[in-house]
Write a protein that binds this ligand. Sequence first.
Ligand code: ZN
Length: 450
Amino acid sequence: MPSAQPQLPTLGVNGDRLAASLHESCQFGADHRYGKLSTETGMARLSLDDSDKAVRDWFLSKAKSLGCSTSIDEMGNLFAIRRGKNPNAPPIMMGSHLDTQPTGGRYDGILGVLAGLEVLQVLEENKVETEGAIGVVNWTNEEGARFPKMAVSSGVWAGAVPIEDAWHLEEVTPHEGKAKTMLQELDRIGYRGSSPASYKSNPFAAHFELHIEQGPILEDEGLKIGVVQGVQAFKWFTITVRGRDSHAGTTPLYARKDAVLVAAQLISAANAVAKTFSGLATTGIFRAEPGTVNTMAHTVTFSLDLRHVSNAVLAEMEAACRAKFDEIAEGTERGCEVGWALLVDSPAVVFHEDCVAAVRESAREVCGGLPGGQGKELWKPMISGAGHDSCYTNLRCPTSMIFTPTREGISHNPTEYCSAEDCALGASVLLGAVLRYDKLRADRGDFQQN
Ligand SMILES: [Zn+2]
């Protein structure tokens, strides 16, 4: 047997222990039972509610039991840090979120935080002395489900969202009378910390996020790990089609300005354009006015979500849609007017090559040890279709992500599932990536004092 290198021990996580602690943490906010096993429920742990307070208490006591120092910032972000040989250098952080959708599952976000704790436990029990500190962060309100801005607290940390805007976000669904703000709820549950929520006073050396894929690709291709290169670009628009309302029985087809008919063709055309560019186009909201059976609509508004991995191709897709929409609107019967309003412009995120390389090498090693992993790579490079806290951390420190398979690609649903074995593989890749990055820092002299 080759002996493990002292600088980079070959360690694996304890999969049973990871699964047990993940489900233990899910006692807080478990909901939506779908099967007989105790773990066959979904989650309804909305940010800063009582169950979120309970899991935060649980997280901090668990981190303290591992010998970590803990802190809380003004957005309620929780940090648990395990010392390294160079305690004054910024830590490598493993981060994700413990909040869920109202009809959420047990893995989205939760896996990333619990895997981080498991990594710290493995380091602790193997008495591994890392060069720099290694920590775990739980980001507040990533889902944007209760307070309607996703990843808002990593956004504040990154300086991309003003803290006053974040604090004054009101809950989407008020429970007892008036809608409460994030600030009120942070204070109510005792989780408005004293340290500033900022990368300036609380810098990271790097941020690694393990997350379920939330799509079907790994499962469909029989793969185990996604080495995430970045996040695709997206733009959201509200499209308004203006025609003319008139009587359904007395207006011949040639004399119509039928906004619904035009809108239907636009949606279909956007889909066709997306297909030619290998992108995505989605309409999730559609409203017709005045909305009666025997009158054609004078106005239709619908949402259009366009996505592509490349900013440049997304721009081409948008231009192609605009040209096609004009052509359709002018060419249909007596014509309609089409207006575009931009709601969100989120450019593509490209993760840091050093972090991506650390994940890739770790995935290669972990997957190479699996049955069937010798002749065939069981991992592949991927682009994330969804946004994550890592998009914001990537603005301020080298960042990357690791994906695990997701049963039938379903998430934001109580039946969301990633097997205990796959969770453990993901956590082992996380462990290997963090140790590789720690070694890289030492090798390139991050800790040398002038
Ligand atoms: Zn998530």
